[in-house]
Design a binder for this molecule. Structure first.
Ligand SMILES: COc1cccc(Cn2ccc3ccc(-c4cc(N)[nH]n4)cc32)c1
Length: 245
């Protein structure tokens, strides 16, 4: 997968080059390029913003640098079969979730447009629609100062789903949100720690009983912390219902 990110703070994205995502880049599973939007300005001050038409507080990101940056990215295109996707982090976007992460993990090329100030001139998104599938995307109902953190969240959530990025693919199966339930509580040595014991069942070696215990804990935790997720689940069996009632 090819990922391009455009930002006026390219150093923000350096964190992605650590740990598993960094290894995936080294292994060629991921091709990440971060572009400095100011490289697409040509005035002395490398201007990327101006005051908003219609008045109001703050500044708006100018269209032309964005168009030049996106054209540069398209120009490096390797003739992808489908329109590349342009993710535009925004408080006014569709809310990113695991389903969208799974969807994006199957695409060839993602571009993230990291806005700052009060956002990007709307005409950029309208213009980009001719060459990109433009997806304004929120990572939650709270306000950030720009799109970089949101892009890192989405890039991490998507990249870890690419085969080979996470060493053990089994660890992707029983995760929160993977199948609609939150994950079960986890423990490691020592078996007793500051007066707190690991649940006996986990020391029993009875794998069927352990699997059942884990599913029960997932159901209980989901019902307690995120009951909204239970409505989206398919048919729960009688045993599941018993745990929830
Ligand atoms: C109403 O508050 C705002 C309205 C417009 C812009 C900004 C600041 N800002 C600039 C670029 C940008 C990109 C993403 C986000 C963002 C995404 C999520 N989930 N929260 N915040 C915020 C951004 C704040």
């Amino acid at each position: 997968m090819r990922i391009d990110v455009v930002s006026i703070f390219p150093a923000y994205l350096e964190g992605l080059k650590l740990s598993l995502i960094g290894k995936a880049i080294e292994q060629g599973l991921l091709d990440l390029t971060v572009h400095d939007l100011r490289d697409f300005t040509f005035d002395r001050h490398r201007t990327v913003d101006d005051s908003p038409y219609g008045g109001g507080a703050g500044m708006v990101m100018k269209a032309e640098p964005w168009a030049l940056a996106l054209e540069h990215i398209l120009g490096e295109g390797t003739g992808e079969a489908t329109k590349p996707i342009l993710i535009v982090p925004s408080p006014a976007g569709e809310v990113f979730d695991q389903r969208i992460a799974e969807e994006l993990a199957h695409t060839e090329h993602l571009t993230f447009a990291c806005g700052r100030y009060e956002g990007i001139d709307q005409r950029v998104l309208d213009w980009a629609g001719q060459s990109f599938e433009v997806r304004p995307m929120s990572i939650g109902d709270y306000v950030l100062n720009g799109g970089e953190v949101a892009s890192m969240v989405m890039i991490e959530a998507v990249s870890r789903l690419i085969p080979g990025v996470i060493g053990n693919p089994e660890s992707l199966t029983e995760e929160s949100h993977e199948d609609g339930l939150l994950e079960y509580p986890i423990f490691t040595k020592p078996a007793t720690w500051r007066g707190h014991d690991v649940p006996e069942i986990l020391l029993s070696g009875n794998h069927a009983a352990i699997a059942r215990w884990r599913r029960d804990r997932r159901l209980e935790r989901t019902a307690e912390v995120r009951p909204d997720l239970l409505t989206g689940l398919g048919d729960l069996d009688a045993r599941d219902r018993e745990v929830l009632d």
